[in-house]
Design a protein around this ligand. Structure first.
Ligand code: 4AD
Ligand code: MG
Length: 467
């Protein structure tokens, strides 16, 4: 046989019938009778399978026994018009090679009804399912869309370090990084851990945010964005928290809070539109299987302006709701941080559209946020989305050296680790702003999945770092 190049199934399904083709992939299902077998083959290039039609006369009975769900095949044949497969074309097989057999008794995806919860326990294999194929392709498209968006705007992609000595968010949820022998930790004269003996000669952790280094970039080249993994050791077992998640953090010199909100809104709308434009097959699949409001909800955020509301106004709305009989698990009064139930009430029940919350009490936000004139609020912004709650957190930054230093002192933060950051305000300080989009929170919105563990290939959560 002369050599024939493999064509991906996505391309085969869009090819005119009548030619000789070579397909490779994994068996999804096999059915048929004594005369003819139908094999649904998938190679991950699309949610759609190609149907292989195998005339039993042409093949050995033993071969069909090896063609089980999960087995990998190389199939050569003629691409012909299809009447029954639900696709335009199918392959009339002339040669089938089993590349790798798959024991039906042991294959973890054998069961027909595999719950998402079960699939998490076999996360190394769940990527082979239609669901995770769809999620992975959408995830890939979203990453590409993010780079496209910022590239079109002339932002510089800045690589910020994963190992750091500073706690950017001041929440203390950091994973320590050390090469010290935990059974024999060096101590100084006072009995404290002697970090000078550690690998970096100081106490270091995995970063919770690239923002502080991002500000160094923005105050040098104007507009930057980061896109990388971040780590938080919060012990929150919720469907919206991961210990390792990806964040996109644009940071822009000369932007005030209004410019910042405008960019955030344009950015998420661009991403949702991109998903609708590039992932429709996968979206339809997820919409039908898990969330019949998915595509509608995605479209619903595009046409309208997001609702801007101050934290103080939002507290009044929530207090009124409580007075009217709405029940929340957590209390609300001025000064509390909103829970996702409050955020979702504002978005889904009260305004019926995405909300941008601004002007938060300074005590619930990080030290770097620009202080308002009133002395008690800061120019932060959270973008809240239906079904999810907070998807973006950001702010205008405090540009005044004096105010920043005072705030650092008030909060009792260690200045020693922050001198390099404070330099941005010492030398040519400018108004600037930025925000962080949680990549997996975005993916919750554009896949309709309800648990964040199902939109990242290998989730890390408390007591779970498998695979
Ligand atoms: O609101 P956060 O903590 O803001 C920052 O880290 C700022 N430094 C961003 C900036 O201004 N450059 O986090 C930003 C976003 C949240 O809105 C949320 O979408 C996501 O990151 N996020 C998480 N996603 C998954 N798991 C977690 N544990 C998350 N914590 C935050
Ligand atoms: Mg936040």
């Amino acid at each position: 046989m002369e050599t024939l190049k493999r064509t991906k199934i996505k391309d085969l399904l869009a090819t005119k019938p009548g030619i000789e083709v070579l397909a490779k992939g994994w068996v999804r299902t096999k059915r048929g009778n004594k005369q003819v077998k139908f094999i649904a083959l998938n190679d991950g290039s699309t949610i759609n399978n190609i149907q292989i039609v195998a005339n039993a006369e042409l093949f050995d009975e033993e071969l069909f026994k090896k063609i089980t769900t999960g087995a990998s095949l190389s199939v050569r044949g003629k691409l012909v018009e299809s009447v029954g497969s639900g696709q335009a074309v199918e392959i009339q097989a002339t040669d089938i090679q089993v590349l790798g057999e798959c024991d039906p008794m042991r294959f973890p995806l054998q069961k027909k009804d595999t719950t998402l919860e079960y699939l998490r326990s076999v996360a190394h294999m769940r990527l082979r399912t239609n669901t995770f194929g769809a999620v992975l392709r959408i995830r890939n498209q979203m990453a590409f869309a993010i780079h496209t968006f910022f590239n079109q705007k002339g932002f510089v992609y800045l690589h910020t370090p994963l190992i750091t000595e500073s706690d950017a968010e001041g929440a203390g949820d950091m994973f320590q990084v050390t090469t010290m022998d935990l059974k024999n930790i060096p101590l100084d004269k006072k009995g404290n851990v002697d970090f000078s003996k550690d690998f970096f000669g100081k106490k270091t952790s995995l970063t919770v945010s690239g923002q502080l280094e991002g500000e160094l970039g923005a105050t040098a080249v104007g507009e930057i964005y980061t896109f990388g993994p971040t780590f938080r050791a919060e012990n929150s077992n919720t469907p919206r928290h991961l210990a390792e998640f990806w964040m996109i953090e644009p940071e822009m010199a000369f932007y005030d809070i209004n410019d910042n909100m405008e960019l955030a809104e344009e950015f998420v709308k661009f991403l949702v539109q991109w998903a609708l434009d590039h992932c429709m097959d996968d979206l339809k699949f997820l919409n039908d299987k898990y969330d019949d409001g998915l595509i509608e909800r995605m479209k619903s955020v595009l046409g309208i302006a997001f609702q801007k509301v101050t934290y103080t106004e939002a507290v009044e709305i929530l207090e009124k709701a409580i007075a009217d009989g709405v029940k929340f698990e957590y209390p609300v009064h001025w000064g509390t941080d909103f829970q996702s139930e409050h955020e979702r009430y504002l978005v889904e029940k009260h305004f019926g559209k995405p909300v941008i919350l601004i002007d938060f009490p300074k005590d619930i936000k990080a030290f770097y946020m620009k202080q308002n004139e009133d002395g008690r609020t800061v120019r932060g912004m959270d973008v809240l989305f239906p079904k999810i709650g907070e998807i973006i957190g950001g702010s205008e930054r405090e540009a005044s050296l004096e105010k920043l230093e005072t705030r650092i002192e008030e909060l009792g933060m260690s200045r020693k680790n922050l001198e390099w950051y404070i330099d941005t305000r010492r030398y040519g300080s400018v108004p600037h702003s930025g925000f962080g989009l949680g990549f997996e929170r975005l993916l919750l919105f554009v896949t309709g999945m309800s648990n964040i563990r199902d939109v990242i290939p290998f989730p890390r959560t408390p007591k779970n770092a498998e695979f």
